[in-house]
Design a protein around this ligand. Sequence first.
Ligand code: DAT
Ligand code: MG
Length: 140
Amino acid sequence: MALERTFSMIKPDATRRNLTGKITAKLEEAGLRVIASKRIHMSLAQAQAFYAVHKERPFYGELCEQMSAGPVVVQVLEGENAILKNREVMGATNPANADAGTIRKEFALSIGENSVHGSDAPETAAEEIGFWFSKIELVG
Ligand code: DAT
Ligand code: MG
């Protein structure tokens, strides 16, 4: 398989606890190369737009408030099978169901404050990378 790119985000619950380095190390150890990275503090409107796919879900309001409550680190990861590999390293959405050694098992506080976001498919990866980064910022 050819090199693939995916979008990753270290969420406010993790930046608050100084976990940016430990989480990034897990991604790199899995063979994912960080080809773009920046720390931002998104507005509520940006969170609502980014998570628009979930707008009918009961947790949407809480999710958008949490994501805009503190800084995040948005990243683009590149590697073989990067989308699936990142989802494996992240672990299940609910940390109670996440496998040992995954980011969410080790660091997540709850299903909502679950430390990382990762794209789930090629279409969403392209869309989410484009939401936060311009082409010139991606240095593969
Ligand atoms: P994932 O982040 O694993 O792709 P998702 O896309 O289903 O999970 O949901 C996006 C985020 O929304 C998730 O990381 C945390 C929050 N969330 C999902 N289900 C939730 C729930 N039942 N209660 C509270 N927050 C939830
Ligand atoms: Mg998702």
